[in-house]
Unconditional design. Sequence first.
Length: 327
Amino acid sequence: MRAVIEVDKLKKVFQSIVAVDGISFEVKEGEIFGFLGPNGAGKSTTIKILCTLLRPTSGRALLAGFDVVREPDTVRRSIGIVFQENSLDDRLTAAENLYLHGLLYGLPRRLLKQRMEEVLEMVDLAARQKDLVRNFSGGMRRRLEIARGLLHHPRILFLDEPTIGLDPQTRKAIWEYIHGLRREKNITIFMTTHYMEEAENCDRIAIIDHGRIQALDTPANLKQRLGGDVLIVTPADGADLAPLIAARYGLEPQPVEEGLRLQVADGAAFILQLAADFRGRIKSISLRRPTLDDVFLSLTGRAIREEKVSAADRMHLSPRGHLRRRH
Ligand SMILES: Nc1ncnc2c1ncn2[C@@H]1O[C@H](COP(=O)(O)OP(=O)(O)OP(=O)(O)O)[C@@H](O)[C@H]1O
Ligand SMILES: [Mg+2]
């Protein structure tokens, strides 16, 4: 498969800030490709360069074979974009927002009407098209923005934090649209996120931090590279067990919200050992498979965001040191 996005040593410097620090990657036709990284990593800056809204300081980017700096008009016709910030006009209806966009793209009136029906249907907003956007919920706005990004049938759709601030149900619905789009129209999707669950929707992910790509692979491969299990140990009475655990097992416990995070080859066996060795000094131990957040942590030494362990995964120690599952 050929690449529809080709990026070579791309760099963007704002005064003294190096926002994008010489990144190179390719995205294939029909791929869902994601940038996963924390605030300020350079995700939006990269998108803005690829969408011709910002000039790179150096390096090169080609979209559908066209150079973003030398052929911006041709590039713009091949792409659709959903910005991180709300960019709808609140005072207009959903249909009027779409219509305006179609005019800007020079779509003939009749074709525009037809496309509007098509995209409104797709994001399930046909019945609300005459309503003012001011009265839309966050999820409806986001769906409308995605519809607008698709109005001119772009080959590549850019989504900057497509589901930020939305509830899990709406997030899921939006992802169903995106997967459907790819299936039906073989559209290429380039997205950014700092939600690791969202990154799981991508065929490949680039983990980006401080403007640099730290790793690039499928979500499964990234996690597999870590191997083993992750344990979260919550000490009883706030004791600092990190140095003791480090000395005893030669591990490097990392402080997290709930206590200490350990990475071990065989989690189940290690829990028993730990429970026996530190009887009475541990409040709880949870076991799980590595997530993309763990991948990020092992690459950068920091978490993208605080880890949340579900209650069902959390193993609790009874006062006598026996393991039991909390419900
Ligand atoms: N126009 C600008 N002028 C100066 N600095 C900027 C500008 N735009 C971005 N930056 C800086 O570049 C860095 C990268 O910003 P960017 O918006 O690309 O991050 P991001 O990965 O999208 O973060 P977030 O997850 O918060 O959206 C930040 O340090 C930011 O302050
Ligand atoms: Mg951003």
